[in-house]
Design a protein around this ligand. Sequence first.
Ligand code: NAG
Ligand code: NAG
Length: 281
Amino acid sequence: MNVFNSVFNPSRVEGSMPVSGGGVSEDNKFSYGYSSLRGKRASMEDFHDTKISMIDGTMVGLFGVFDGHGGSRAADYVKQNLFKNLLEHPQFVSDTKLAIAETYKQTDQEYLKAENNQHRDAGSTASTAVLVGDRLLVANVGDSRAVICIAGKAIALSTDHKPNRTDERQRIEDAGGVVMWSGTWRVGGVLAVSRAFGDRLLKKYVVAEPEIQEETINSEVEFLLLASDGLWDVVSNQDAVTMVQNVQDAEEAAKRLTEEAYKKGSADNITCVVIRFHHSP
Ligand SMILES: *[C@@H]1O[C@H](CO)[C@@H](O)[C@H](O)[C@H]1NC(C)=O
Ligand SMILES: *[C@@H]1O[C@H](CO)[C@@H](O)[C@H](O)[C@H]1NC(C)=O
């Protein structure tokens, strides 16, 4: 259970060169690529993680994009611990959805505990895709986003947690918080996402409870994209899908998305993950 065919641990990016990589699952059912670029701001706070493993005879793939704010500590912590905790959850195979929900919560609590003595508040989004055989579970906290391509069409598998989403605003107000305009809509006038890991001072409102969507990978599903808002702020879901459609190599596709976002002037750190499903004819 703890032996991974491939584990990527790219560290902080110091220049403005994109870092990229990729691989193929042992059973050749899917390939994946990632690309990360430091945006025009000061330091890289985007992280991602990939793990592929055979568990009880089933191919399991875990992919995530973690976009930090207020420093990189939370994103780094989530990257180091979320999938490790998930694979250790006793119901990971039998009730994957429950395992994901509980692991998000557990990881957030453990992060807050570990960070007890920090003065500054840091936080992170998480957009994760868990493949168990032909089942795909996408879980989301924050404004990174998962988009799937089915027969050429872009379908979002997550809905960004923005503070002005009607249901999110309601949830925050019910908990006694406020959503205020300050350049954009912000929780307490401070934070531009309504859910996140970390963010201790806003924890009553900014929860790490994921929304989870399920999809079956049938022959119509071409690929899945996970990316931070550095991409989605400047490239639409459908444009991203159209760009990737004819690029068979997943790493190359991830690089092109990152470069496109950069060219379009994204000021944010940009991280893209592409998972392409192989279907035998
Ligand atoms: C990218 O890095 C900058 C500078 O550290 C940070 O302020 C910003 O929040 C990051 N972008 C993200 C994580 O959205
Ligand atoms: C939230 O605010 C943004 C502008 O910051 C706007 O583009 C978007 O439509 C708003 N969403 C909702 C649900 O009101």
